[in-house]
Design a protein around this ligand. Structure first.
Ligand code: PEP
Ligand code: MN
Length: 448
């Protein structure tokens, strides 16, 4: 399919899965018109820089840490919530960079992750059949018909909250908060009693020794930008195609089309049909793309989708995010890696150890177990090493809050503890402590 046939609206001629039943009329039309006139959230040049960094991850010269909420929540678009998430990402990346000795590409599921695919259009709540909750950009989770009716104005609200989030992320990452000298300040007192807390303290001491050594030989850390600023890229699932189209603009420098709602967009396991609207939309934008692959994949189908999304096989363009679950990864990953490598596709291989390992506990809560999550990552590494390919990164659902949504970890959370602080409206997330613990385990895997 030649790119010149593509328009930002050409997806309308294809079947779009997982779209809300938006009410038609002036509210819907006016919302999209307003969105299409508002400023872009990200700049095309940033997307190109991210693509170039991802090309390094294809070769194993950098590691992709993509993480954040399953679904962002409008009510949690607050300074402290954003700061706590950023803090855990900074802690994890410093562990990976220092202990794992690898450049870390930090990508948040942030500033736009407001829409969710669902397994069913409706759900039965207290005998009432209601539209499913599809994320704050579509409807509200309360179990009433009014709350669950899709409201297009929520897309505008999502845009503004994404802009506010991104604004604070940029201030924190460029304005001194993320300076390596503050590595001690990112520490959490709650980690103190845990092995990861001790390891983090040791790491902080080593980092200080390094900074002091730099000063001693006359390199002023204040004047080394890499020590004072970090880049956190944004990403979300490109699910609501009307929203994504409204934010798609032509870059005046390169002449390419960019979806300016986020730096990286991914296509979900439920919406990646070869002849579907999502593949059609994403093939025409120049942002780096992700594609989720679950256990039911068809290998020929995957090859055709890759050829459509990445016809030039440009390294960094495509990240394949596999999410098989610990029980299926041994069966599903090796043939995929072997075949795509044989075809010569240059992709980043990333492991999502969350979505294939979700279960419902005896109290009806959706959860995941820390050790199982870690086990899928370990298998991912073993398989890639055995195949001679590059394990390029991880894709995690986590939060900076002290939630109790996933079991396990060194606090040994069990199913019966999860009620203490179970907050998610969607999938269960690792908490900040579990995130830092996971980073230490990952650092060991990075240099075996
Ligand atoms: C997700 O990342 O939240 C998600 C829904 O994933 P998948 O498309 O892999 O099911
Ligand atoms: Mn999820």
């Amino acid at each position: 399919m030649p790119t010149h046939d593509w328009k930002k609206s050409s997806w309308h001629s294809f079947v779009a899965q997982q779209q809300p039943n938006w009410p038609t009329g002036p509210v819907f039309d006016d919302t999209l018109k307003t969105l299409s006139q508002l400023p872009p959230l990200v700049f095309a040049g940033e997307c190109q820089t991210l693509k170039a960094s991802l090309a390094e991850a294809v070769e194993g010269k950098a590691f992709v840490l993509q993480c954040g909420d399953c679904a962002e929540d409008f009510s949690r678009c607050t300074g402290p919530d954003i700061r706590e998430l950023l803090k855990v990402i900074l802690q994890m990346s410093v562990v990976l960079a220092f202990a794992g000795e690898k450049k870390v590409i930090k990508i948040g599921r942030i500033a736009g992750q407001y829409a969710k695919p669902r397994s069913s259009d409706t759900e039965l709540v207290n005998g009432l059949e209601l539209p499913s909750y599809r994320g704050d950009m579509v409807n509200s989770p309360e179990p009433t018909l009014e709350a669950r009716t899709p409201d297009p104005r929520r897309m505008l609200e999502g845009y503004y909250r994404s802009a506010a989030t991104l604004n604070l992320v940029r201030s924190f990452t460029l304005g001194g908060y993320a300076a390596l000298e503050r590595v001690q300040a990112w520490h959490r007192a709650s980690l103190d009693a845990l092995p990861a807390g001790q390891k983090y303290e040791d790491l902080v001491r080593q980092i200080w020794k390094t900074i002091n050594f730099m000063s001693a030989i006359g390199l002023d850390p204040q004047h080394v930008p890499q020590l004072n600023q970090v880049t956190l890229y944004t990403s979300h699932e490109a699910l609501l195609l009307d929203y994504e189209q409204a934010l798609t603009r032509m870059d005046s420098i390169s002449g390419g089309w960019y979806d300016t709602s986020g730096h990286m967009l991914w296509i979900g396991d439920r919406t990646r049909q070869l002849d579907g609207a999502h593949v059609e939309f994403l093939r025409g934008i120049q942002n780096p793309l992700g594609m989720k692959i679950g256990p039911k994949y068809d290998i020929d189908d995957i090859k055709r989708i890759i050829e459509r999304l990445s016809p030039d096989n440009e390294p960094g363009r495509l990240t394949l995010i596999t999410r098989f679950g610990v029980a299926k990864i041994e069966e599903c990953l090796p043939p995929l890696v072997r075949e795509l490598t044989r075809e010569g596709y240059k992709v980043v291989w990333s492991c999502d150890p969350m979505h294939g390992n979700t279960y419902q506990n005896q109290f009806g809560q959706k959860t995941r177990n820390f050790e199982v999550v870690l086990q899928e990552i370990r298998s991912f590494y073993q398989i890639h090493r055995a195949e001679g390919t590059v394990p390029g990164g991880v894709h995690l659902e986590l939060t900076g809050d002290n939630v109790t949504e996933c079991t396990g970890g060194s606090r040994q959370l069990m199913d019966q503890h999860l009620h203490q602080n179970y907050q998610t409206n969607c999938d269960p997330r690792l908490n900040a402590e579990q995130g830092v613990e996971l980073a230490f385990e990952l650092a060991d895997l990075l240099h075996p």
